[in-house]
Design a protein around this ligand. Structure first.
Ligand code: ADP
Ligand code: ZN
Length: 726
């Protein structure tokens, strides 16, 4: 008789599962999480479905080790297993590394800590101090309280509670674990929707009821009330007792969003992002697997949660590049969310005021349904943008706010409004150079200039995090006090604001300000409450925030990123500026916007100035089609890196030479990657271009079979559908 075996996929850089013996009496099915021995250690893995051909293979079971145990009640649902398999095939990442993203929070499952509660017994001890009396008072209502709660309410130390337990005045009992999330109430506060909102909501509710795969683009200008609309679909999934996932770019998971959710559903959603504690994540994970957590609002990693009954996925701000992960497994969370929706036969809604070109084209082709909200809720107007031509009416040297913009800000402040200045550059100055010899301060391990951060008094590399004090003397020529900052970052812009408007309260909003998410939430709150007059912000301010008092938006340098030849840069500029402009005029005041540029005739600027979204999409879509760029063609990038430049270049050349021939496929390069040195690694790149509809992943896999193996410290990383087209 042959022993029974299972395939177990481990969260390691392996593509194929390992076989293990199944101990007698253990019934295992695909998806079950198990601990298995690997070498001398134990590891959590997942029982993997056998692919057709593996079944026939004869295995010598005498050498196999046995599964140690099954993790109680823990399993990955079938749609997640399919997603992992699909992603591994598509991205060429080892299957185990994709699994790892789903198991990251399972590896060390910490047992839920037992919570102890206390209750009054009615017995009064002889010796009664004031503290003891207070405690008895609090407990006299007869309710059970967690020990810590009892102490806190009575204002006594926990040892007083223990003492009273010893005396027999209180008894202890084990409390059930707290729920991972409270149950949202779909009818807590239902809004009155406008007609277009109601129409869009009805279509989404229908899609949830249909229990079938569908994709809709919720295409609404900023302030049109998209959130209100998709909340209706979320409400429907709650009513059905099923689960909904709301994906947000991490930074959009602000208090403002949680507050809105709470107002609508009475409780906060389960949050899932890097700021959530491990313990809490463990609880949410279990709650999601058991179906008890009904709504998760999370960053891209929430895509890998083991939903028991996923009814609906929302991808808010679907165009946001934060959905793309470039390190490790390179994937786009929006695209993978669509794949998971297909595997779970459920609808998905992509929401944006500035859809990505890919999504827009899918909607035009009819592959995605389009639900349009063309007007702002309540009739407020999306502000137009007035161009300020920096060649003709720019500010004096060393300043960045043009006289006209300055006058407009002054008027806005006088009228009691808020102004927002947008500049997508963190820090004080993007460049520090020597006045005497012209040398620029570079990162020792990247091909990038160091950026001055004045708050922290450091020069910092935005690619690897290297930082050093600002040198007093030139590191090259030794000249004293010769180092000067060059160009503006948000910190420097704030300095200018303080000089121009000494009375105004200003605030920098940028991802690298210390204090993390908490501080940022507080600051966004302060802005919403009108405690700030001028906000100086990076792209962080473009996302989903609602600043009711904001009357003016000034885009300080609309040209950042443009003109370097990456077609994606035009899309990004359009989205960012459009989103930033959309922050203004949401409240009672009408908003106004100004855009400082050196190239007012550029099609992107023209579209922004005229508020003509259609014109932008027309131009951009035509350009992509002509150049056979995505979505009219396919792209993959291969980055070959090594500690030594020649090793990277040499391998890149050999790799290019080994590329299989295929109709319509072109391998461009090798060339130095846009960031030629990163963290001390030299990088060369190949770009693979293929026709639309071509099986690019299959081609890359076939290529890998015949490609020379990288040796030494050389590494090849593959990015299918890279963000940059350059
Ligand atoms: P978007 O996400 O499309 O930019 P929001 O969902 O943030 O727009 O809505 C803009 C503003 O309008 C918010 O303050 C929101 O509360 C309000 N709003 C939208 N729809 C309604 C509605 N049906 N009833 C009341 N207020 C609404
Ligand atoms: Zn660096």
């Amino acid at each position: 008789m042959t022993a029974s075996t299972v395939d177990v996929l481990l969260p390691l850089g392996l593509d194929t599962p390992y076989s293990y013996l199944v101990p007698d009496g253990l019934a295992l099915v695909p998806g079950d999480l198990v601990t298995v021995p690997l070498g001398s250690r134990l590891m959590v893995g997942c029982v993997w479905p056998r692919r057709g051909d593996a079944q026939a293979k004869e295995v010598d079971t005498s050498k196999l080790k046995a599964v140690k145990k099954r993790l109680d009640h823990r399993a990955l649902p079938p749609d997640l297993i399919k997603l992992i398999d699909w992603m591994a095939d598509y991205t060429l990442a080892p299957r185990g590394m994709v699994l790892r993203m789903a198991l990251r929070h399972e590896e060390n499952p910490s047992p839920a800590r037992e919570r102890v509660g206390v209750r009054a017994t009615g017995h009064t001890p002889e010796r009664l101090t004031a503290a003891r009396r207070r405690l008895l008072d609090v407990m006299s209502d007869g309710f059970v309280r967690a020990k810590t709660d009892a102490a806190r309410e009575a204002g006594v130390s926990p040892s007083v509670v223990d003492g009273m337990v010893d005396e027999g005045a209180l008894e202890t009992l084990v409390l059930p674990p707290p729920p991972a999330a409270e149950t949202p109430d779909p009818d807590h506060a239902t809004p009155t929707l406008s007609e277009p909102q109601a129409e869009a909501a009805a279509a989404m509710v229908e899609a949830v009821k249909a229990r079938a795969f569908s994709v809709h683009l919720l295409d609404g200008v900023t302030g049109s009330g998209k959130t209100e609309v998709y909340f209706e679909a979320v409400a429907e999934s709650i009513r059905a007792g099923r689960q909904a996932l709301i994906l947000l770019p991490e930074i959009a998971l602000t208090q403002a969003f949680l507050d809105r959710f709470t107002r609508r559903f009475g409780v906060t959603p389960a949050e899932w992002h890097s700021g959530v504690s491990t313990r809490r994540r463990g609880r949410i994970l279990r709650g999601v697997a058991e179906g008890e957590v009904q709504v998760v609002a999370g960053a891209r990693s929430a895509l890998f949660l083991p939903f028991r009954d996923l009814a609906l996925t929302i991808v808010d701000e679907e165009h946001d590049p934060a959905y793309k992960q470039e390190d490790g497994v390179a994937y786009h969370a929006r695209d993978m969310a669509v794949v998971r929706a297909r595997f779970s036969s459920s609808p998905i809604v992509l929401a944006s005021a500035t859809p990505s070109i890919e999504t827009e084209v899918n909607a035009r082709r009819g592959r995605y349904g389009r639900l349009a909200l063309p007007l702002r809720f309540g009739g407020a107007k999306v502000p137009g943008l007035a161009p300020i031509d920096l060649r003709k009416e720019g500010p004096p040297r060393g300043r960045w706010i043009a006289p006209r913009l300055q006058a407009e800000i002054g008027q806005t402040l006088e009228d009691g409004g808020q102004a927002l200045l947008f500049l997508n550059r963190r820090g004080y100055a993007p460049l520090t150079l020597c006045r005497s010899c012209g040398v620029r301060v570079k990162c020792p391990s990247c091909s990038a200039w160091l950026v001055e951060h004045r708050f922290r008094r450091r020069l910092t590399c935005h690619h690897c995090g290297y930082n050093a004090p600002v040198p007093e003397n030139c590191p090259a020529c030794g000249e004293k006090d010769s180092m000067v900052p060059c160009g503006p970052g948000v910190e420097r812009l704030q300095e200018e604001v303080q000089v121009l408007f000494p009375e105004a309260r200003s605030l920098v909003l940028s991802s690298d300000m210390t204090g993390g998410m908490e501080r940022m939430r507080a600051e966004l709150d302060a802005v919403a409450k009108g405690e700030v007059d001028v906000i100086v912000g990076t792209q962080l301010v473009a996302k989903g925030h609602n600043f009711p008092g904001l009357a003016l938006v000034g885009v300080v340098d609309a040209d950042v990123g443009l003109g370097q030849g990456d077609p994606r840069a035009a899309e990004r500029t359009f989205q960012l500026v459009h989103q930033v402009a959309g922050r203004a005029g949401r409240g009672a005041t009408e908003g106004r916007g100004f855009i400082q540029t050196h190239m007012p005739e550029h099609p992107v600027m023209q579209a922004l100035v005229k508020g003509d979204r259609t014109a932008f999409y027309e131009t951009e879509i035509n350009a992509r089609e002509e150049a056979h760029l995505p979505p009219y063609g396919r792209l993959a990038s291969l980055v070959i890196s090594a500690n030594e430049g020649p090793a990277a270049e040499g391998h890149a050349r050999r790799l290019a030479a080994s590329a299989p021939r295929a109709e319509g496929v072109r391998v461009l390069g090798p060339a130095e990657a846009p960031l030629a040195v990163l963290r001390g690694r030299h990088r060369w790149r190949l770009l693979v271009r293929a026709p639309r509809g071509f099986d690019l992943s299959g081609y890359l896999r076939a290529w890998r079979e015949v490609a020379p193996r990288p040796t030494g410290n050389t590494k090849v990383s593959i990015d299918v559908d890279p963000m940059s087209f350059m």
